[in-house]
Design a protein around this ligand. Sequence first.
Ligand code: EPZ
Length: 416
Amino acid sequence: MEKMVIRGGRRLKGEVLISGAKNAVLPLMASSILTRGWNIFRGVPQLGDIATMKLLLGHLGLEIEGSEDLRIRADNLTCSEAPYKLVKTMRASVLVLGPLLAKLGRAKVSLPGGCAIGARPIDLHLRGLEALGAKINLNHGYIEAEARKLRGSKIYFDTATVTGTENVLMAACLAKGTTILENAACEPEVVELAGVLNKMGARIEGAGTDIITVEGVDGLEGVEHRIMPDRIETGTFMIAAAITGGEIKINNCRVDHLDDLLSKLTEAGVAIVPEDKGIRVTAGDRLRSVDIKTLPYPGFPTDMQAQIMALMCLAEGRSVITETVFENRFIHVSELKRMGADIQIQGNSAIVRGERKLSGAPVMATDLRASASLILAGLAAEGVTEISRIYHLNRGYERIEEKLSRLGADIRRVKG
Ligand code: EPZ
């Protein structure tokens, strides 16, 4: 099993280029099912989850070529089944459900299980598709769905769900008539998907707000599109600069996607200055504690909660970090405490009392963003941190040790 070994205490300095957004690419790859002709997605990151989605689309009969410039065509779509062995490794596989229903009128998709951070049900996906006229049964761990022709409808999401919005949005594009999604997710990845679907010929209005309207069309055509930069990778490197007392110029990033994080880091004493299509992030002398509450976009992103917790472990004062999106997203707390952090969990809040230092230790990654949190803590800690189970990391960060090494970090991936 691979480990990441970090010798902390180095101030990171230099420039980093942000990769394409994992959570934008995955729904876009699924949307190819809806189209005729080639889609070309440029700037696709080489990540575990992308490889899994390629395997799944290939299994369905789509033609897939290339890597960073990814070409996908669904003209030979033959299969409508997403098997358990693929879905269990990546929950976002459920994103093929809506497109398969809309294109083929049927789909059989393994129910994604829970995951470390929560039960993560997909009831809202299914309810939305049923509102469009799909008949859905659950048999032996599979969702079996069929619909002769989806029909437009008004759908209210009890909870703002990112992939739920994306799944139903994609299905609605080929439904007959008008669909209105209320309490839709507003994440930038949803806006990116809607923009590309419109380039494909869909008629979507309101993406980025909580009410999205879709006029169904007969068919969609393949397009060419460059993937937007990953806002969570951007935020992770911003914190890498802050936690090591360094200065990093972050290129190819969309600061307008990170308003709440920027305001919190500024409040904590981090200097963030826009600079020729990027930002320059410079650590302050002493970090100040700030309170965080994760919320659906445009609130503070839950995918940045573990990372900013690592930063708050070294800030002056007390920080209250409240996780409102997932029910079990504090697994990294016990690992940070092994490094000397002072954190007490009270319900869905973590009370973090900043320390002067953290000390390197052997720790274990438990999910994608927890892995990033432990790397950040290791970069700042005194001594050596060894992070096991870093396969979680491979899912969402492209060549992270290479990017960090270029910034001066003493970090290496070792086998064994
Ligand atoms: C997306 O997951 C992201 N994944 C997650 O990123 C991200 O943490 C999450 O949105 C929240 O921003 C992708 O886009 C591939 P949700 P998703 O449906 O869509 C509840 C990462 O690290 N819910 O918005 O699965 C759910 O339990 C990953 O890159 C239902 O109750 O999240 C949660 O409490 C982790 N029923 C809340 O909604 C449903 O049918 C938000 O979940 C669907 C969701």
